[in-house]
Design a protein around this ligand. Structure first.
Ligand code: FES
Length: 206
């Protein structure tokens, strides 16, 4: 190996310093501003929520669940999986159950949305809510509002459902507590109840 002269050594080291100075130090990189948030297009929509007309300017990327929970403060609608699998976010759209985590808010323009907040008429619980209490249907409770909305849609179409019909109607509402038998019993019992609350008597629960 040839011996490196002092002059050659200093020249090589200086070149290395110049080269490495082109690489930003870690703290310089960390202090760089994050990219500016991209503003999403917005659309003004009018819809009915729990019997009340609402005007909302929604970002086109908002889900219906996001609009209800974060912008209308209707937090009774829960978000479990956020990907259309568990049913915790079930609300009624023109009377039919849908997963609100998988439905864009902007699509709900000119339509009617019902959430769990709209079930009771003041202090008077909807029969299916009362039946859930009477039959110990809620356990953890996180999936309950979605189950109630599916049950409400069933009872509107089939006022006296059988256990099999209740099971089929709530098949899209998963319960990690596995309290299925109790809430099927509750839905059947609610069908047998004669104290149905008129639609016009329901508010938005706010
Ligand atoms: S949160 Fe919507 S289906 Fe699970």
């Amino acid at each position: 190996m040839s011996e490196l002269s002092r002059r050659e050594f200093l020249g090589t080291t200086a070149a290395g310093i110049v080269g490495s100075s082109a690489i930003p130090a870690p703290d310089v990189v960390a202090n760089q501003s994050p990219p500016a948030p991209v503003s999403a297009p917005r659309t003004a929509i009018r819809l009915i929520v729990n019997g009340r007309e609402r005007d909302v300017e929604v970002e086109d990327r908002w889900t219906l669940a996001e609009m209800l929970r974060d912008h209308l403060q209707l937090t009774g609608t829960k978000v479990g999986c956020d990907r259309g699998e568990c049913g915790a976010c079930t609300v009624l759209l023109d009377g039919a159950p849908i997963y609100s985590c998988s439905y864009l808010a902007v699509w709900a323009a000119s339509r009617s949305v019902e959430t769990v907040e709209g079930l009771a008429a003041g202090a008077q619980l909807h029969p299916v809510q009362q039946a859930f209490i009477d039959h110990d249907a809620p356990q953890g409770g996180f999936c309950t509002s979605g189950q109630l909305m599916s049950a409400k849609a069933l009872l509107a179409a089939t006022p006296r459902p059988t256990a099999d019909q209740a099971r089929a109607a709530l098949t899209g509402n998963l319960c990690r507590c596995s309290n299925y038998n109790h809430y099927v019993e509750a839905v059947v019992a609610a069908g047998a109840s004669s104290s149905i609350v008129p639609e016009s008597g329901r508010g938005d629960g706010q």
